[in-house]
Design a protein around this ligand. Structure first.
Ligand code: COA
Length: 271
C-alpha cells in the first residue's frame, strides 16, 4: 500500500483509502464537520458508533479537501435523492471528483475517482442468521440456484463476494436498496466484470471488481464504477493522519527553538 497519492486520480483511475474508524476521535472534529454531521453524530445512542461516524466523516472531508486544495471544513457536500453524498455542484472549482464511502464495524473505505460515479462496499465476514433464506431474497434466480447448491463452508465467502459486488453497483447508481438487490445480476465468482444495469437506470455499463483485502483477511470489499474502471491504487489514512500530526508538532515546537520566543519567555520569567 502506498503512503500518499502524488496527484488526483485521473481518467479511469480510482484511489481507495483504508480508514480505521477506531483510531480515536480527532480533537478538532467540531471545526471540520458540518453542523448537520455533528447533529447526526449526536443522535447515535452508543458512544463508539458516534465516534466511528465522526472519524469517518473527518477522514472523508480531509482527504477530499486535499484533493481540492481546501480545508476539510470547506468541502461542500450535497445529497442525492436516495442519500448518496457528492460534492455540491459548482463548489469544486471545476475539479470533478466522484467518491463513495463504505464501512463495516471499525473498517471504512473511501473510493475517489476523477471521472465516474462510484460505489464501494465492505463487509466483515460473519454468518448472517439463516444465510440461505436471506440469499433467496437478495440474489437473482441464477445466483440463488448456484448459492443453494454450495457446501456449508463455502456459503459465507460466496455470499459476501456476491453481496458486496451487488451493493457496490447499487451505490454507484445512487439508488442504494431502493432498487431491489435481486434485479442486479453479478454472479458468485467474484471475477472482474461489466454488467448492464436494469432498464430504468441508464444505458452505460457498470464495471465491477473485488478489492484486494490482503491487509484485512476477515473482510470482503468490492468497487463499481459507471463506465470503464482503470488502475486502482490503495492508500492508508493512518499514514496521512500521522504525517499531519508530525507537521502539527513541528509547528508547535518551532517557536520553542526560535531565539525570539526564548528571549520573550526569559523576559516574562523576570517580570
Ligand atoms: C446506501 C446503502 C445501501 C448503504 O448501506 P450500508 O451497508 O448500511 O452502509 P455502507 O457502509 O455500505 O455505506 C454507507 C455510506 O454510503 C453512502 N451512501 C448513503 N446513501 C447512499 C446511496 N443512496 N448511494 C450510494 N452511497 C450512499 C454514505 O457515504 C454512507 O456513509 P454514512 O452513513 O457515513 O453517511 C443504504 O443506506 C441504502 O440503501 N440507502 C438508500 C435508501 C435510504 O435509506 N434512503 C434514506 C435516505 S434519503
Amino acid at each position: 500500500m502506498k503512503l500518499f497519492p502524488s496527484s488526483l486520480p485521473t481518467d479511469n483511475e480510482i484511489h481507495v483509502w483504508h480508514i480505521d474508524l477506531d483510531a480515536g476521535r480527532p480533537p478538532d472534529f467540531a471545526s471540520v464537520l458540518s453542523r448537520d454531521e455533528i447533529a447526526r453524530a449526536e443522535r447515535f445512542v452508543f458512544a463508539h458508533h458516534r465516534d466511528r461516524f465522526i472519524c469517518g466523516r473527518y477522514a472523508m472531508r480531509c482527504i477530499l479537501g486535499d484533493c481540492l486544495g481546501i480545508g476539510g471544513d470547506a468541502v461542500a457536500i450535497a445529497y442525492g435523492p436516495n442519500g448518496k453524498p457528492r460534492l455540491k455542484p459548482g463548489s469544486s472549482g471545476g475539479t470533478h471528483i466522484g467518491f463513495n464511502m463504505a464501512h463495516s464495524e471499525h473498517l471504512a473505505l473511501l473510493a475517489i475517482g476523477g471521472v465516474h460515479d462510484i460505489g464501494i462496499d465492505i463487509e466483515i465476514l460473519r454468518a448472517p442468521k439463516d444465510i440461505r433464506t436471506f440469499a433467496k431474497s437478495v440474489f437473482s434466480e441464477q445466483e440463488n440456484t448456484q448459492f443453494q447448491a454450495l457446501a456449508s463452508e463455502s456459503l459465507v465467502p460466496a455470499f459476501f463476494t456476491c453481496w458486496t459486488q451487488k451493493e457496490a453497483v447499487l451505490k454507484a447508481l445512487g439508488t442504494g436498496l431502493t432498487l431491489d438487490a435481486n434485479s442486479i445480476h453479478v454472479g458468485l465468482d467474484g471475477a472482474d466484470k461489466k454488467i448492464v444495469p436494469p432498464a430504468n437506470c441508464g444505458t452505460q455499463t457498470i464495471a465491477v471488481s473485488m478489492i484486494d483485502s490482503a491487509h484485512n483477511t476477515n473482510s470482503i470489499a468490492s468497487l463499481a464504477v459507471i463506465g470503464e474502471l482503470g488502475r486502482v491504487s490503495h492508500f492508508d489514512y493512518a499514514d496521512k493522519a500521522f504525517q499531519q500530526l508530525l507537521s502539527d508538532i513541528v509547528a508547535i515546537e518551532k517557536p520553542i527553538f526560535d531565539g525570539t520566543y526564548k528571549a520573550k519567555m526569559a523576559e516574562k520569567a523576570h517580570q
